[in-house]
Design a protein around this ligand. Structure first.
Ligand SMILES: [Zn+2]
Length: 448
């Protein structure tokens, strides 16, 4: 077998891997590069691989950096099946149409694909369930619940002729997640391709609820604004779930409004409600008597008009808006309105990739460019790290330790420092396992 790393190698975004044997091959993820301009350019470059060998594609989950380039597959001549779970399909549909729409609206940028391309590719989707084996060319594949977002999976691929197997972690959850089932482990593999987003960090105990209480109570005292750039999928639902709890137990004022200002997050919440079977046990119990994503004061901003009206609202308010890294979406106009106000608390609750506005602000830049105007950052900048949907160093190590027969680990989906620190740790704790840090378009041979 040969394994080629065509994305998320020495960077976080653009996940894309090609595993091939003599006659057949499969692709895992075909995600968008986001962040640095030189990486974004790669989105329009056809991957350097043998498409004639491609028997099937597997999508681990619906985040854009994993699914974002799928609509290009048809243009590259691929007409075969694209395997994913049902929840992943529902969310990927949302993400891909949104991406096509943003491309259409962005002036002066070349359009990567259109609605029609998305439509074509969705027809190629083949739904699979967790823990059920299926075949792609000469391989047998199993998806395992990764506990990262709704429908997310790790992938185990076995070459039938040799019995050798490769496990792709996909993105691993920060288990236990309040909303989802815990991450399931992979029992056996020779090679593991594992994410390393937080390879250099330990998240520490989950204190996001206490952190949010402090932030909201401060805003309530000062009549300030809490602005939360949020990923639409998972993070937004998690926030709603927390606000629902806080309003119930009186730690957040009944009348403090929460503006959910993201069309994507609104739709994702609806999809979330369609898959209670994937919830954590606690949430399964709760939905029997209560809607955990709805509470007094929740304002759903499903139109641009409603979004614009938020700034006319004078008192304390919480705004949850996309995109999560402030690289676009409605959060950008809120940043323009509120960053210069010292009573604003800008709260990051997710990963900020290099090259994004969110990262610039998080790194402490006091003056940023938004839509060609210079904006002074006077808002208080806060970060809640424990809300990450990604496993930390300990969780990744734990995931690796469960794999029987593991000989080699490739660290992907992480910046270089995170990968180096994690690789050092693996050397210490799993001394017999070889670690590689692949760069883009590197190919490795998997011998028997
Ligand atoms: Zn993800």
């Amino acid at each position: 077998m040969r394994l080629k790393f065509m994305g998320a190698a020495a960077t976080v975004t653009g996940s894309n891997f090609f595993l091939s044997s003599e006659k057949t091959g499969l692709m895992v993820d075909f995600g968008m590069f986001q962040g640095k301009p030189e990486e974004v350019e790669l989105n329009s470059v056809k991957p350097d691989m043998d498409f004639t060998k491609l028997s099937g594609v597997i999508l681990t989950h619906a985040h854009l950096d994993h699914c974002g380039r799928l609509p290009l597959l048809a243009r590259y001549g691929f007409k075969g099946p694209i395997f994913m779970t049902e929840a992943t399909k529902a969310l990927a549909e949302l993400v891909l149409y949104d991406c096509a729409k943003i491309a259409k609206e962005a002036e002066g940028r070349s359009i990567l694909y259109t609605d029609e391309d998305v439509e074509v590719i969705l027809k190629q989707v083949s739904l699979v369930e967790y823990d059920k084996r299926f075949d792609i060319g000469g391989f047998t594949v199993t998806l395992v619940d990764a506990g990262h977002i709704l429908g997310s999976a790790s992938v185990v691929v076995e070459e039938r002729a040799t019995g050798k197997s490769v496990a792709f972690s996909g993105d691993l959850g920060n288990t236990p997640e309040p909303l989802l089932s815990p991450t399931h482990f992979v029992n056996k593999a020779k090679v593991a391709v594992v994410e390393s987003t937080y390879g250099d960090e330990i998240h520490g105990p989950r204190e996001e609820i206490e952190d949010l209480v402090k932030i909201i109570q401060k805003a309530e005292r000062e009549k300030g604004t809490v602005l939360i750039p949020s990923f639409s999928i998972e993070r937004a639902q998690e926030l709603l779930y927390i606000f629902d709890q806080l309003k119930k137990d009186g730690r957040m004022a009944y009348e403090t409004p929460v503006f959910l200002d993201s069309p994507m997050a609104i739709k994702a919440t609806t999809i979330f409600k369609d898959f209670p079977v994937l919830y954590s046990q606690k949430l399964k119990d709760q939905v029997k008597t209560d809607d955990p994503f709805d509470f007094p004061g929740l304002m759903i901003c499903d139109s641009m008009e409603k979004s614009k009206q938020i700034k006319n609202y004078e008192g304390t308010k919480v705004i949850v808006a996309g995109s999560g890294m402030m690289s676009g979406g409605r959060v950008v106009h809120h940043a323009l309105n509120y960053l210069e106000d010292p009573k604003t608390q800008l709260v990051f609750v997710g990963y900020q990739a290099e090259g994004t506005l969110g990262r610039e602000i998080l790194d402490g830049k006091k003056r940023v460019n938004i839509w060609r105007s210079q904006v002074e950052v006077k808002a208080e900048i806060l970060e809640i790290k424990t809300m990450s949907a990604h496993a930390d160093q300990e969780q990744v190590l734990n995931w690796l330790k469960k794999i029987e027969g593991l000989e080699e680990v490739a660290l992907i989906h992480g910046e270089d420092l995170a990968r180096l620190v994690l690789s050092e740790k693996i050397h210490q704790e799993l001394p017999d396992v070889k670690v590689i840090l692949p760069i883009i378009n590197q190919e490795i041979k998997i011998d028997s």
